[in-house]
Design a protein around this ligand. Structure first.
Ligand code: NDP
Ligand code: BG6
Length: 522
């Protein structure tokens, strides 16, 4: 992205004006802030979508001056966006300040409150504050309670000024801890102040699924058990756990990806049309869908859900479809040798599951979900396979051989939409071939989609919770996931951990989930 783009596309995303505010970032010395948050805020500045009076106040235990913090943020921005014009970057950095303190020290919160008040005055930001908890989740409840004790979560009349808190996933470790967390938050925050982040919901192409479904008349009539054969939702990654082994080994793929991103993609794909695009209406429909997923049966679990863990694999040579070049990815070590991971770890880095939705629209339609690390290629997509034609009149092929139409909503990379259809090959003979109608985001709009955090941060500043988890949604998701975690713990032999070589497509056992129904992974 560059300034030229920003100048030519003013207000590309702004649906309503963003009120002046300050963003107070907890865990400002951490990975998420460096890689995602600050680059996203800078991206908003480039698009001129930040409010006119705005500041960023970092908070963490690490001691640093404002200047050192700014230098770190400069590095984060150039890492993500490349070299930037000095005046643009300096103007952004001038809005950044930092204060240190312990997350459990009341005096630190008094100091923070004082620093916020000074920033409110210096930047004339109306006293509106967005607190962003980029911290290990076990710290979230205490930090919010201490913020409340220091009076920082109180709002004025009619929410003027407002105070909002953004929580990063995971929201709890299981159902009980999620319910406890919710109860604690409920004591100090009103629901409208809580923003539970799921960056997949901020991905441009995930949001465009809603527009695709509900802003076009041609697909929705077909979007049901009468016309759809099955749906596959994939979020596959070639990277391993990288520097997050300590966190990941306690979480695993089911908590890290399924409980949140995968179920949100499923909900958006399968939910009923909301009566309006208002936050509560959209969130209700997503939650209703999550509640209608049939719990996985305890008997014969390997027929429904498969887990795997990557072993060392050879380096991967990947074609880059955009540049035509090939990139070598270094070999991954065995997961059990990753930093922060137990040497005898049984944590899953891959999960594939078959699930059914018990409602009128989807009765009997299998949904296949898979996600994992250390796989051949990074790809996230939703692939909808329609039923085959009822009868083949062309002689050269039987109905069973006639390829089905497949609609692929490509979340990343190569963002876009593909629809395969059958056509006649040119020539005097009656020959048929499959071809693809393709829409490529990059080709049409000339830019890559913005970072999901840009959209979501903007929504937080606008008070729009449409693309955030509701507490009911979190609970519904854990009610589905919890029994699986429990079964893996109690009866591991019923759903063994399959080891797969890094760079492959995951354990072969995952194929068995589909073959009985005559399907295969794309
Ligand atoms: P980090 O591990 O980088 O932690 C952030 C900061 O919190 C650290 O810089 C440190 O700051 C402080 N901290 C870390 N551990 C402790 C501890 N045990 N006790 C007290 N303070 C601690 O986390 P991330 O930035 O990776 O993640 C932040 C949140 O975002 C988490 O909830 C994570 O699940 C979520 N998330 C992260 C993603 C990522 O890619 N990183 C992706 C999706 C979600 P200091 O010591 O200076 O106080
Ligand atoms: C995060 C998970 O939420 O999503 C990571 O914690 C994962 O483990 C990441 O790598 C994937 O996000 P994206 O946007 O790269 O597909």
């Amino acid at each position: 992205m560059n300034l030229e783009y920003a100048l030519n596309h003013p207000n590309v995303c702004a649906e309503q004006p963003v009120e002046d505010c300050g963003i107070i970032v907890f865990g400002a010395s951490g990975d998420l802030v460096h890689r995602k948050l600050i680059p996203a805020l800078y991206g908003l500045a480039l698009r001129r979508l930040l409010p006119p009076r705005f500041y960023i106040l970092g908070f963490a235990r690490s001691e640093m001056t404002d200047e050192v913090f700014r230098e770190r943020m400069r590095e984060a921005i150039t890492d993500a966006h490349g070299e930037q014009p000095a005046d643009t970057l300096n103007a952004f950095l001038a809005m950044c300040r930092y204060t240190s303190g312990s997350y459990d020290d009341p005096a630190a919160y008094e100091k923070l409150a004082g620093r916020c008040s000074v920033c409110d005055l210096d930047f004339d930001s109306s006293g509106n504050r967005l607190f962003y908890l980029a911290l290990p989740p076990e710290l979230h409840p205490e930090v919010v309670e201490r913020l409340a004790q220091a009076g920082m979560t109180s709002e004025g009349q009619d929410h003027k000024p407002w105070a909002r808190v953004v929580f990063e996933k995971p929201f709890g470790h299981d159902l009980q801890s999620a319910l406890r967390l919710d109860a604690r938050l409920g004591k100090v925050l009103a629901p409208h102040q809580i923003f539970r982040m799921d960056h997949y919901l901020g991905k441009e192409t995930v949001q465009s699924v809603l527009m695709f479904r509900f802003a076009n008349a041609i697909f929705e009539p077909l979007w049901n058990r009468s016309y759809i054969d099955h749906i596959q939702i994939s979020a596959l990654e070639s990277i391993g756990v990288e520097h997050r082994g300590g966190y990941y080994d306690k979480a695993g793929c089911l908590r890290d990806m399924f409980q949140n991103h995968m179920l949100q993609m499923l909900a958006i794909t399968a939910m009923e049309p909301p009566i309006s695009f208002q936050a509560e209406r959209v969130r209700e429909e997503r939650t209703k869908l999550l509640r209608s997923i049939r719990p996985w049966p305890e008997d014969d679990p390997a027929n429904w859900i498969v887990r795997g863990q990557y072993m060392a694999g050879p380096p991967n040579i990947l074609p880059n479809t955009q540049t035509g070049t090939r990139t070598a990815h270094s070999a991954l070590p065995d997961y059990r040798r990753e930093r922060g991971v137990a040497q005898d770890s049984e944590t899953e880095t891959y999960v594939a599951a078959r699930l059914l939705i018990d409602n009128w629209r989807w009765q009997g339609v299998p949904f296949y979900l898979r996600s994992g690390k250390g796989l051949q290629r990074k790809v996230s997509e939703i692939a909808v396979t329609f039923k085959r034609v009822p009868y083949s009149m062309f002689g050269m092929t039987s109905k069973a051989q006639m390829p089905a139409n497949v609609l692929v909503l490509k979340i990343q990379p190569d963002e876009g939409i593909d629809l395969t259809i059958q056509t006649k090959q040119p020539g005097p003979k009656s020959c048929m071939s499959s071809m693809s109608l393709s829409f490529k985001y990059q080709e049409v709009f000339g830019v890559t989609p913005p970072n999901a955090y840009e959209r979501l941060l903007l929504d937080c500043m606008q008070g729009d919770r449409t693309l955030f988890w509701s507490s009911e949604g979190v609970e519904a998701a854990w009610r589905l996931i919890d029994p699986v975690l429990d079964m893996w713990r109690r009866r591991p032999e019923r759903c063994p951990l399959h080891r797969y070589p890094a760079g492959s497509w995951g354990p072969e056992a995952a194929d068995a989930l589909l073959v009985n129904a005559g399907h295969r992974w794309r």
